[in-house]
Write a protein that binds this ligand. Structure first.
Ligand SMILES: C[S@@+](CC[C@H](N)C(=O)[O-])C[C@H]1O[C@@H](n2cnc3c(N)ncnc32)[C@H](O)[C@@H]1O
Length: 243
């Protein structure tokens, strides 16, 4: 078993094999975005798609989509299907298609940004991000709490987090905490295989859940590990740290 309450450096396609069957309570992850269009091939790999905008993400090499075969591993390690998958619009149909083979219910959750970049021509504003939630019917119960149940979140873009942890697709900590609180119990294990700057792991830590993080890029791995210890990417202590 991969050690819990640790962010592991490495390729999740390899490391996930060390996680036993039926051992994880929740997967909450933001896999690489797929800034492409076209059709998925037979193996489920997003390939040969036209690369569209998202300069910052393209420059960081996290736009190339990913091999969806890992979803089978996600289902293997989960006790019951209980998964949040943040994604872009293009990926929604692929995920819905994939999970239509399982007995799950799903929600399409949205994060609305109040101050999106107005740099768009002949398109809508980039003011919405999507997160799909799948849970196994009759197996996963949701916790009560009016605040937790909303299907949408509204905040300004989290520029301060981006500046502090240098990750272009960092998600707001408060939203991730709500998602964890809604779908798990204390001490449950939350897995994030594409953990970037460590938002899911920090949210789990702050809500008294256990976590396993995996990140392949040594730069983001170091940022995420430091973040759990209250250290910013520039090496200074965070003013919000509890330590
Ligand atoms: C969209 S970002 C996640 C951002 C994160 N949720 C946050 O709030 O900072 C996806 C991350 O997955 C990492 N990644 C891509 N392929 C990976 C792999 N095979 N194994 C582990 N991490 C991977 C990338 O380096 C990137 O940091």
């Amino acid at each position: 078993m991969l050690e819990v309450n640790k962010i592991h450096l490495g390729d999740c396609y390899e490391l996930i094999k060390q996680i036993p069957d039926n051992s994880i309570d929740l997967i909450l992850t933001v896999p690489p975005y797929d800034f492409h269009c076209g059709t998925i091939n037979k193996t489920g790999i997003f390939k040969n798609r036209y690369v569209a905008p998202g300069k910052e993400i393209v420059n960081m090499n996290i736009n190339s989509g990913y091999d969806m075969s890992i979803l089978k591993e996600f289902i293997r390690v989960l006790k019951n299907i209980n998964i949040f998958l943040w994604c872009n619009k293009e990926q929604i149909k692929d995920y819905l298609n994939y999970f239509s083979n399982y007995d799950v219910s799903f929600e399409i959750l949205t994060w609305h940004k109040t101050n999106p970049t107005p740099l768009t021509k002949n398109t809508f504003l980039p003011d919405t991000e999507y997160c799909l939630y799948f849970r196994e019917k009759g197996k996963v119960n949701l916790n009560d709490g009016y605040d937790l149940k909303s299907k949408y979140y509204i905040t300004s873009t989290n520029k301060a987090d981006k500046d502090n942890y240098l990750h272009p697709t960092i998600k707001p900590l408060e939203i991730i905490k709500k998602q964890i609180l809604h779908t798990t119990q204390e001490n449950d294990i939350v897995l994030d295989c594409f953990c970037g700057s460590g938002t899911t792991c920090l949210a789990a830590q702050e809500t008294n859940r256990q976590f396993i993080g995996i990140e392949v890029d040594p730069k983001y791995h170091k940022i995420a590990v430091n973040r759990l210890n209250g250290i910013l990417a520039n090496g200074q202590m965070s003013i919000f740290t509890k330590f």
